[in-house]
Design a protein. Sequence first.
Lengths: 456, 460
Amino acid sequence: MGPRIVIVGGGSYQWVPKLLVDVVNTPSLAEAEIVLHDIDPVPLEPVADFVRHIAGLKGIGLTVSTTTDRQVALAGADYVVVTISTGGFESMRHDLEIPEKHGIKQSVGDSVGPGGIMRALRNIPVLVGIARDMETLCPDAWMLNITNPMTTLCRSVTHETSIRTVGLCHEIGGAQFALALLLDANFLDLEFELVGVNHLPFFTSLRVNGDDGFERLRALIADPDGLGDAPVKIPAALGEAAAAFAGGIRKRDILEQHRVKLALFERYGVLPGAGDRHLVEFFPGFLTAESGWGKRWGVALTTIADREGDAGAYKAELAKMRASNEVSTMPSGEMVAPMIDSFLRDKPRAFPLNLPNTGQAPDLPADVVVEAMCIADGNGLRPRDEVRLPAPLAEWLRRISAAQEATVAAALSGDRAKVVDAMLLDPLAGRIDFDHVEQMTDEMLAATAQWLPQFA
Amino acid sequence: MGANITIVGGGSYHWAPRLLADFANTPSLTDAHVVLHDLDDERMHRMQELGEQIASRRGIALKVESQGDRRRALEGADFVVTAFSVGGFDSMQHDIEIPQRFGIRQPIGDSVGPGGIMRALRSVPVLLDIARDVDAVAPDAWLINVTNPLTALCRSVTRETNVKTVGLCNEWVGCSWILSLLFDSGMADIDPILGGVNHYPLATSLRVAGEDDGFVRLHALLNDPERAAVEPIWMDPPERAGWVKVSPAEHWTKLDVIENNRVRFELFRRFGVLVGSGDHHSVEFMPSFVHTDNDYGSGWRVHHYGMPGHRRDAEDDVAFYEEMRDASDVTRMPSGELVALLLDGMVGGKEQQLPVNLPNEGNVTNLDDGAVVEIMGVADASGVRGRDKTTVPGIMGEFLRRINVVQEWTVEAAIAGDRELVLEAMLADPIAAQLPYEKIIAMTDEMLAATARWLPEFDA
C-alpha cells in the first residue's frame, strides 16, 4: 500500500498533470493513493481521468479518487500538496489594476508588492484552515505548498499550526537550466549554495565540474559580442522536443533575458535565482515609468490576458496528453515526486526549499520562512548550508522579510490598519505617496472583499 | 577654577552668540574659560570681542580667547564643542539642487537622504581629525558635537576613537514646546521616553507633570477636534514658525498646533509613536510624505527650507549677533540649545535630564549596541549617560532600523572614501531610493563630482 497523497486544488490543469506524470514515473510511488480535492467539481473528473489513463499506460497500481469534501480528502493523508488560488483571475485582476491607477505597475503581482500582499490576504486563511484540518485529520502529514505567495503562506502555517510545511518553487530550476545552457554544462553538474526568500533567492557560489561558475559567467558578460551568434547546446538527455524548442536560441539571447539578474550579479557578486520579472518587484528601482516599467531591462509585464492564455494552453496540453498512448519520461522540474521519493526510500537529495529559518539564513530573524538548499531523506527535511549575503543584499532581504511578516500579521488579524502597515513597509507598494498607499489599500480591500472574510 | 571649554567653529554667527549668552546665564559657567577656534580669523576675533562684552556687561569672570591653532586651542580643554560646516552654502547647494534635478525635493537635506549622506562624507573626516587631536592633547575631554548630520558624525568618532562623545540637538525642545501648548503645561513638565536617532527621535511614552498618561490625553485631544478648535494656547507661535491659522477662533488654538504639525500627529494617531522632530525633518526619514504625487507634501504643510531657507537662517544669525553686540545688556532668554544645560550638569554637578545622542547600550532595542541613538540622558559630575530603555513598536521601529543601517553605511563610506559604499548608502536610503536604479547611480556620481574639492578622501 503506497502513500496517500492529497492534492488540494486537485482540479488544477496547470499543476496536477505534470505532478502526476512525475508520480507515475517514480517507482516508489507506483502504489500511491492519489486524492484530488477541489471546491470546483468540474475539472476534477477530467484530471482524474488523465491520471487513471497514465497509471494504466504504466501498468501500476496507483489509485485516484476525487472529492469536494476537504475533510474526507485529508483524513489519513501522508502528504498534502496545496495548489490553490482564492478568487482566481477574477480577484487577481484587482491586484494589478488598482495599483496601476495609483502609479504602480507590477510585472507579476504574486509574491510581494500590493498584489502579493492582497493575494496573501486571500490565501492565508484558506491555507491555515487546511492546516487546522490536518492537525486533527492527519497531524503527521507534510504540507507541500506550491501556492503563491509562497513565503507568506508557508509562514502563516508554521506560525499558526503544528503542521510540518515546506514550500516548493521551480524558479531555481529555471535559473539552473539557463546557467547550464550558458556554461555548456549538464544541469546536474552545477553545484551551488543559495539563500533568500521565495522569488528572491541568491546563488552565493557556483561550481561547474570543478570550475568557478561565477568566473565563467563574468567572462561571458564581459564580452557578449565575443559570443557572436553561438547557439546553446541542448543536452541529448532532454530529448528531441527540448532540442526543437531551444534550437536556435543564442547564448546572447539568454543574457538579454536576464539583464536585471546580471546587473545585480555584477554589483554584488551573487546571482539572483528567480526570473527577472519576479526580481524587479523586490527591487522596484528597476520597475519605474522611466524604464518603461522594466522594458528597458527586458522585463515584460505579465497580464491577466497572458494568464488566461496560459490557462487555455494547460487545458489543451492535457487533452493532447490524454490522447497520447505514451507517458513522457521527462521530469517536469517540479520537486514534489522526487522529494516524497527521498522521504520514502531514505534517499538523500538536495532541493531548494522554503522552510523556517533555523540557521540557514543567519542574515534573517529565526523562524521566518527562507529559501535555501535542503536535504530530503528518510528523516524528513533539514537545511544543508548556512549562507550569508553581502551586506547590502542582507539588508534588502531584512526589509522584504519585515514586510512579509507584517503581511502575515495582517492576514491573520483581519485588521485593515495592519494591511496599511504591510503596504508601507513593502518596497514596491510603499513607493507611492502616503495618502495613495492608504487609498490603494482601501480600494483593493473593497474590490476583493468577497474573498476576504476575515476583514468583514 | 572654571571649566575649560573650546569651541571649534567658534567664529560661527549661529553658535558663538547663543552659547556665550547661555554660559553667561548659567551660574556654574559664568567663570568658564572659553577658547574660540575657527579657520576664519576675523570672525573668530569678532566673537571673542562679543564674549568679552558679555563678560563685562554682566561683570562675570567668563574669559574668552581666540586661538587659530587647533591643537593649542584644544590643549587643556575639559569640553570641546564642535560646530562647523565643510564648504558652507557652496557645497550645500549641490546637496539640494542635484537631487532636485532628479525629482527629489528634500525639505532640509542635513540629516539623511542624498543631502545628508553627502554632508556626512564632507564632515566626517574633519570631525575625526579634530577628535584625534582631542585624543592627543585633551584625552579626558568630552566632545560635544552640534554639527549635522549629527548621528553619522558622532558615530564616526565613537567608532574610530576613544574620545567621549555626545551629540546635542534642539529638536526635542521644539516638540516639548508644542506639547506644552497642547497640555497647558510648562515645557519642563514634558518628559518623554525617547528611542530614535537625531532628527527622528521617537517618543514611546510621555509623562506630563509627573503623570504617565500623556499619550492617553494626547489621543483624547486628537480625537476631539471640536474641543481643540476652541481651546486657546498659552503662547502665540512666533512669526518665523510660519504657521497657518486653521481654526475659526480669533485666537490661536490647539487645533492650529495640530494642523501645523500634521505629519507628527498623523504618525502618532496611527502608530502610537510621537516623532520629536519637526515635520520638515521627519519626512526625510519617511519620504512618502514628500512625493512627486503629493506636490512634495504641500497638503501635509511640510515646510521646505531649501537653499533660500538656509540662507535666511544665516541672515537671521547675523542679525541676532548684531543685536547682541549693540545691546547694553545680555539677553536672559535661553537660546533653546542644550550645550549650557549639559555643561551645567557636568560642571555644576546638579543632575540635568536632557535629550542626548550617545552610543546605544541597550537603550533602543531595535538598534545594535554602538549605534548612536537619541535618547533621554542624565548629566551630572560623573558625565552623561542614557536614562531609559525602550523598544519602538511596529513599523516605526522598522523604519528606524532601516535608516540606521543607511547611517552606518554612510559612516563607513566616509571613513573608507569608497564610492561604492556611498552608492550602497544611496540605494538603501528611503529618499534616494524613490528614483529608478540607474538614476540613483547617476545622481550619486554627479554629487560626488560636484563636491569633489571637499572630499579629499575620495581622490581616485
